[in-house]
Design a protein around this ligand. Structure first.
Ligand SMILES: [Zn+2]
Length: 445
């Protein structure tokens, strides 16, 4: 990280004053820079915080119908700066800036000065507080009560916490939205969609909506678990969170299992996002993220399979399929880092989107590509192995003759699946994972 020299700081100050003087003839001048103690004034984290401030500022100006008449933006080692002339009175601009500075914890790091037509700086009514102890800022600064190191650490903490909170909310939003898009994708063979309840009698779209609502905070928890536990403890903590989420889901749906697979798979993915997170950058690369899921689960998976092999009591369906067909279901997906998503559904989904198919139809094609793989343990559990494979290969034949079959053909497949009481629930979970990975990358692009 580059440290600034005193001459550089003085030059920057002189340049700022020069720009401010030039802009005064256009209107009220706003000068936004960062309040960062110590010799390092520019880093990816400082820049991200500055961009956040700029975003808040631009939104507030827009809300108040104030236009930016002329602006100058600087991104240099001396720190990022935004200086502009505004179409409003100095006092109105000052009120907006103070509100931004005081409304978020990161606002403490924003210096948003306002100059009137004479070039005089407007003072705040309320004094700013000290970064370290929260007392009067001027008092601590004038007596140098805190070391630069202490101040830097306080600033770093403010920035890291700000983005951890913000990014965890984004993760929650994206995961919830992926599940919403998944359930609304229509038509889906055998699954609950907008047309019908598929092969299910105990749930409909509103059951899924309640379930999604009950899980909203879970995704943020998974993310934060990943951020603060980068050790081997992480997965067992995640499992605890998962069990609580399952309980919340069952309570919300009146005992119906809508998202057990998603809690496990998407939850691990949100946790992986946290483990690979740095305050200035969200990792959005599907290969890296899914690889981290596999790392997370690896140790546990060995123990899981050993426990199944050695189990004396009655087996669950999943355990039975593992021993009989070596089918690992959701466990296998984590273990191999969502191979079916990376190799199959995500490329299909993104190719269809690129070729201007709607989100809905692209998701239908992605789902069909997953069903055709013939690995869905829900299908086997409801229809038996042979029937499940037969209908998986029917879907395979449908997409091999035309990778984008008409929705009428898919609707026919839906009716056949319903007649046979088949439901590819595992594929539905993977579709949600597919949509999440795509949307995550688009969001942070
Ligand atoms: Zn202090």
């Amino acid at each position: 990280m580059t440290e600034v020299t005193l001459p550089q700081v003085l030059d920057a100050r002189e340049r700022r004053a020069q720009i401010q003087r030039e802009l005064l003839s256009y209107g009220t001048v706003l000068s936004f820079c960062m309040n960062i103690p110590g010799p390092v004034k520019f880093s990816p984290l400082i820049e991200r915080t500055f961009e956040l401030g700029l975003c808040l500022l631009q939104n507030a100006l827009k809300e108040n119908s104030i236009s930016i008449i002329k602006k100058v933006e600087i991104r240099e080692v001396t720190g990022p700066e935004f200086i502009c002339a505004l179409s409003c009175s100095p006092q109105v601009a000052k009120n907006i800036c103070v509100k931004i500075e005081d409304s978020t914890s990161a606002g403490r790091l924003f210096d948003m000065d306002i100059l009137d037509s004479q070039g005089n700086k407007l003072e705040r009514e309320k004094e700013r507080t000290c970064l370290v102890c929260g007392k009067s800022g001027r008092y601590c600064a004038s007596r140098r009560l805190h070391s630069v190191k202490e101040l830097q650490e306080a600033v770093r903490k403010i920035m890291v916490n700000t983005f951890m909170e913000l990014d965890s909310q984004t993760i929650s939003f994206l995961a919830s939205s992926a599940l919403e898009k998944e359930v609304k994708t229509t038509p889906k063979p055998g699954l609950v969609d907008l047309n019908n309840t598929g092969s299910h009698r105990d749930m409909d779209i509103s059951t899924f909506e309640k379930s999604i609502e009950s899980l909203r905070s879970y995704w943020a928890d998974c993310f934060k678990t990943g951020v603060s536990h980068r050790d081997s403890e992480c997965f067992s903590l995640l499992r605890e969170r998962g069990k609580e989420a399952e309980k919340a889901m069952l309570e919300a749906t009146g005992g119906v299992n809508t998202h057990k697979g998603a809690i496990f798979l998407l939850g691990t993915l949100c946790c992986a996002c946290g483990r690979l997170w740095t305050a200035y950058r969200m990792c959005t690369d599907p290969l890296t993220l899914t690889g981290e899921c596999s790392n997370l689960y690896r140790q546990t998976s060995v123990e899981d399979y050993k426990a199944i092999t050695e189990k004396k009591g009655p087996l669950t369906r999943g355990e039975e399929f593992y021993l009989k067909y070596n089918l690992k279901g959701a466990r296998g997906e984590l273990e191999n880092g969502f191979k079916s998503v990376l190799d199959t559904s995500l490329p299909v989904y993104e190719k269809a989107l690129n070729e201007s198919f709607s989100e809905n139809d692209s998701a239908v094609f992605a789902l069909l590509s997953l069903i055709a793989l013939g690995e869905d343990t829900n299908m086997i559990s409801r229809g038996g192995y042979d029937k499940a494979m037969k209908y998986a290969s029917l879907i395979g034949a449908l997409i091999s003759s035309d990778s984008y079959p008409s929705m009428d053909r898919v609707h026919e497949a839906d009716e056949e699946f319903i007649k046979e009481n088949l439901s590819p629930g595992g594929c539905a979970d993977l579709l949600a994972v597919t949509i999440f990975l795509h949307d995550l990358r688009s969001f942070y692009a």
